[in-house]
Design a protein around this ligand. Structure first.
Ligand code: GLP
Length: 248
């Protein structure tokens, strides 16, 4: 791999720099979490303007290869979670399987009057109690997703006493209330984050989120959860195995 920029190649300088950096990352020369040289250093090293360097770094950040931390610099991105779409699992379990420890910052835990979409998803009447649990889901210091779960079952208000910073919701529901997540309907949509999501998830400008909506049913077919999540677009790959329908 050519490690210098070639002005005779018909490729823009920023693009050539991107390829050099990408190569260092895929070869493992620059490991996840590494702080890479600053814009100034790269511009000096490769003899190009800081604007050109910035363009390369911005695109690599949008592509999820790098992550920027305000006032510090650019790092090689840490985590890319490949998430199977076929199994029904919770965040804690997903991370545990990868040898990672899930954490949460509880942003809201309150009883609410359910809005119309929640009423429909949970098949309840607007007078029935719903608990809203909003959590910033994290691995170490890295925010991964923002999730607002709307929950309903007979003893739901007891959840207001629970500490969800270190507890898995699914595990708690199964252990204490015998509510076992058994089936879910989920949609995924790409979107630009709003300001709050961008701030909480620490997303660089222009970086998308994946909006998930999940309705989860228990072993008796009752919907007990309707969750709206925003996953970091640069940290997740959703993966499904597809087979031809026998009658198609
Ligand atoms: C996923 C789902 C949520 C669910 C959560 C439970 O993140 N998208 O709908 O509430 O898992 O996770 P945990 O058991 O870690 O609380």
């Amino acid at each position: 791999m050519n490690e210098t920029l070639d002005r005779n190649r018909p490729l823009p300088m920023y693009y050539q720099l991107k390829e050099i950096i990408r190569e260092k990352v895929t070869r493992g020369e620059w490991k996840p979490g590494k702080l890479i040289p600053s814009e100034r250093e790269l511009s000096k090293q490769y003899g190009i303007s800081r604007m050109t360097v910035r363009q390369a770094l911005t695109e690599l950040t949008q592509e999820g290869v790098l992550r920027r931390k305000q006032g510090v610099g650019s790092f090689v991105a840490e985590l890319k979670i490949e998430q199977q779409l076929t199994g029904l699992t919770g965040f804690t379990e997903d991370m545990r399987k990868r040898g990672l420890q899930a954490k949460a910052r509880v942003l809201r835990l309150e009883a609410i009057q359910p809005p119309a979409d929640v009423v429909t998803a949970l098949q309840i009447s607007p007078q029935q109690p719903v608990v809203l649990l909003e959590r910033l889901r994290m691995v170490g210091q890295e925010p991964m997703a923002l999730e607002a779960s709307h929950l309903h079952f007979p003893q739901v208000t007891e959840l207001l006493e629970e500490d969800f910073e270190s507890r898995s919701l699914y595990e708690l529901l199964a252990e204490k209330y015998n509510i076992v997540p058994t089936k879910a309907k989920q949609s995924i949509e790409a979107a630009l984050p709003n300001r709050r999501e961008q701030r909480l998830l620490g997303l660089p400008g222009g970086s998308p989120v994946l909006r998930n909506r999940r309705t989860t049913f228990d072993q008796n077919g009752r919907p007990f959860e309707y969750t709206k999540s925003a996953y970091r677009g640069d940290s997740y790959v959703f993966y499904a195995e597809l087979t031809v329908h026998p009658n198609a």
